[in-house]
Write a protein that binds this ligand. Structure first.
Ligand code: CTP
Length: 397
C-alpha cells in the first residue's frame, strides 16, 4: 500500500526517537522511500549514521548546510514528499509549528510545505497536559495536521500517563490512513463506541450491553474512505479499528472529557451505549455482604454527551449523528429523541428481543433526519457502516 510513496520523516529530540529507527525499517519494508530530517536535539538521541543507514538515503540536519542546499534546497525538500511525518513530535517542535516559526531545517520545511503533515507527539505527561500544549495541538488540528497518539503508559521519565509516542505499527496505520485517498480525505471524524462502566466498588459496576461492533465497523468504514478518525471507546469486546486513533475510557465522565479534548471535528458519530447514571456512593474498597442486608446505592445522572455536543454554541461539528436503540415505536421515539438532543441524524434500530439484533451481527436501521424517516433493509453491521459512511461523505460534501 505504501509502495513508492515518499515520506519525509522529521525526527525530533526525544527519547522516543529510538522508535523512529524501527518506523523507518517498517516503512522501507512496505516499499516506501524515506527521506530523514534529524533536528539538532534529535542527534542527541539517535545518530545520523544509523538513520541514514536504515533509510538508505542521506539524512538532512542543518538549514544552512551549503552542500545540502546545492543538492536539494529546503523548499524543494518540503515539496518532495507525499506525506511529512514528525515522529517524535516534541512539545517544542509542536509549539514552533503552531506559531509558524522557521529557525531550523525541520521547522522551515514544515512552514514551507503544502504536503499533508502527520505528527506523533511524545513528551512528559505534564507537558502534554499543559494548557500551552493543549492550545498548540488544537491550533495544529485546526490547520489540518493529522495526529497519532500519544499513548498512555509508563514513561521514560518515571511518570505514568498520556505522552508516550505511538508504536511504529500504529504510526504506520495512521500513515496509511493519511495516504488513503477517498471522499473523506482531509476530514476529521469522532466516533464514540462501546459501553461505559460506572463503578460500584473496585470489582462491580453498572453498564449497558454493547459489544462496540457497530461503532468499530463505522470507524473502519470512515478510515477506508480516507477520514482521520478518533475513536473514543469504553471497555468494549470488539477489536479496535485499525487506522483510527483510539482513546480508551471507562466511565461516561471520562468519555465526556475525552470527547471535549478531541473537538473540533467535521462530524461526530455517537455510537456508544453510555450509562445514563453513575453510582455516587461508589466505594474504594469492596463492599462486603452484611448479614443479608442489601447495600443501598445512590445514583446521579451522567452528562448527555450527544446532547452537549449537539447544542454547543460555538465549535459544533458540522454533522452530529446519534444512535437510538428502541424496543417500541421506533420511529416515533427516535424522532422525539432527535429533537430533544438537537442532533442532525438519529440512526435508530429496533432491539426488541424478537428481532435478535442485540448482540447479533445484523442491524435493521431507520435513519431519521430533516428529510424524515428512511428505513434500510436488514443488513450486516459492516454494510450499515459503509452505507452510513457514504451518507456522511455526501453530507460533508
Ligand atoms: N448518549 C450520550 N451520552 C449519554 C447518553 C446517551 O452521548 N449520557 C448518546 C448515545 O451515544 C446515543 C444516544 O445518545 O447516540 C442514545 O440516547 P439514549 O441513551 O437512548 O437516550 P435517552 O435520552 O437515555 O433515551 P431513553 O429515553 O431511550 O433512555
Amino acid at each position: 500500500m505504501l509502495t513508492d510513496k515518499r515520506i519525509l520523516l522529521i525526527i525530533g529530540g526525544g527519547i522516543a526517537a529510538y522508535k523512529s529507527l524501527e518506523l523507518i525499517r517498517r516503512l522501507r519494508d512496505r516499499g516506501a522511500w524515506v527521506t530523514p530530517i534529524l533536528t539538532r536535539a534529535g542527534t542527541e538521541f539517535v545518530t545520523p549514521l544509523s538513520v541514514s543507514a536504515l533509510a538508505g538515503e542521506k539524512v538532512y540536519t542543518d538549514l544552512f548546510d551549503l552542500t545540502d542546499e546545492a543538492e536539494m534546497g529546503h523548499i524543494q525538500l518540503s515539496r518532495s514528499a507525499d506525506l511529512i511525518v514528525v515522529a517524535p513530535a516534541t512539545a517544542d517542535l509542536m509549539a514552533k509549528m503552531a506559531q509558524g516559526r522557521a529557525d531550523d531545517l525541520a521547522s522551515t520545511v514544515l512552514l514551507a510545505t503544502d504536503t499533508p503533515v502527520l505528527i506523533a507527539p511524545a513528551m512528559n505527561v505534564r507537558m502534554w497536559d499543559h494548557p500551552a500544549t493543549r492550545r498548540n495541538i488544537a491550533t495544529l488540528r485546526g490547520d489540518g495536521v493529522a495526529v497519532v497518539g500519544p499513548n498512555e503508559g509508563d514513561m521514560a521519565c518515571g511518570e505514568y500517563g498520556p505522552g508516550r509516542m505511538s508504536e511504529p505499527a500504529e504510526i504506520i496505520s495512521a500513515i496509511e490512513g493519511a495516504m488513503s485517498e477517498g471522499p473523506l480525505t482531509g476530514r476529521r471524524i469522532l466516533v464514540t463506541s462501546g459501553p461505559t462502566h460506572e463503578p460500584i466498588d473496585p470489582v462491580r459496576y453498572i453498564a449497558n450491553r454493547s459489544s462496540g461492533a457497530q461503532g468499530t465497523a463505522i470507524a473502519r468504514a470512515l478510515v477506508a474512505m480516507g477520514a482521520e478518525v478518533v475513536f473514543v471507546t469504553g471497555p468494549a469486546t470488539a477489536p479496535r479499528p485499525e487506522g483510527a486513533h483510539v482513546v480508551e475510557v471507562e466511565t461516561a465522565g471520562q468519555m465526556m472529557e475525552a470527547v471535549a479534548g478531541v473537538l473540533p471535528v467535521d462530524a461526530a458519530i455517537f455510537a456508544a451505549a453510555v450509562a445514563d447514571w453513575r453510582v455516587t456512593t461508589a466505594s474504594d474498597s469492596k463492599i462486603k455482604k452484611q448479614d443479608g442486608k442489601i447495600p443501598a446505592m445512590d445514583f446521579a445522572e451522567n452528562a448527555d454527551i450527544l446532547a452537549t455536543v449537539s447544542q454547543m454554541a460555538t465549535g459544533r461539528p458540522g454533522l452530529v449523528v446519534g444512535f437510538a436503540a428502541e424496543t417500541d415505536d421506533v420511529v416515533e421515539n427516535a424522532t422525539k429523541k432527535r429533537a430533544r438532543k438537537g442532533c442532525d441524524w438519529i440512526v435508530a434500530n429496533d432491539v426488541s428481543p424478537e428481532t435478535g439484533i442485540m448482540g447479533g451481527s445484523e442491524n435493521a436501521i431507520v435513519l431519521i433526519s430533516d428529510a424524515g424517516a428512511e428505513s434500510w433493509p436488514r443488513m450486516g453491521k459492516d454494510e450499515v457502516a459503509h452505507r452510513l459512511a457514504s451518507r456522511i461523505a455526501e453530507a460533508l460534501g
